[in-house]
Design a protein around this ligand. Structure first.
Ligand code: OFO
Length: 172
């Protein structure tokens, strides 16, 4: 059975992953409103991914005999100045989540919970990808500059192609 302080920390992270889902869904809604349907699609796929991250932790905590405690999910912001402003926030948010995952890994190590430590390694690698994909889009938007509707339209089409692949599909 998992120690109580580790169960508490995992519950907090489940909440953080669900907040990420809520934040990205709010960003999707903003993009719908400014007619960037491809950006909105990308954000909805990201929302699904965050829910998958939360559910994977939920299932793990249940498997380890921990009590799952769902708490209030904070309200996300609803407006951004531009797609660049929004993706800059995505990047900053993912850096913050990386910090939270690293804190969890440190705690698992301190408590000598090797199973949890191993479980968390997937999230450590995932955060590298999460940061890289957000940063790539920030850089594209910066290169494009302000007031370049045709390039923005092209990026919107590209982001609209994103396909959600359940990262845990092959796990029971
Ligand atoms: Fe769950 O990786 Fe983003 O927040």
């Amino acid at each position: 059975m998992i120690k109580q302080n580790l169960a508490d920390a995992l519950n907090k992270q489940i909440n953080a992953e669900l907040y990420s889902a809520y934040l990205y869904l709010s960003m999707a809604a903003y993009c719908e409103n400014i007619s960037l349907k491809g950006f909105a699609h990308w954000m909805r796929m990201q929302t699904k991914e965050e829910v998958a991250h939360a559910m994977h932790m939920y299932e793990y905590l249940a498997e380890r005999g921990g009590r799952i405690m769902l708490e209030t999910i904070a309200a996300p912001p609803t407006e951004w100045e531009s797609p660049l402003d929004m993706f800059t926030e995505v990047y900053a948010h993912e850096q913050k989540v990386t910090g939270l995952i690293n804190d969890l890994v440190n705690l698992a190590q301190d408590e000598r919970d090797h199973a949890l430590y191993t479980f968390l390694q997937w999230y450590v690698s995932e955060q590298v990808e999460e940061e890289a994909s957000a940063d790539e889009i920030v850089q594209q938007l910066k290169l494009m500059g302000q007031d370049n509707p045709s390039l923005l339209f092209m990026l919107d089409r590209e982001l609209g192609q994103r396909v959600f692949v359940d990262p845990f599909a092959n796990q029971a």
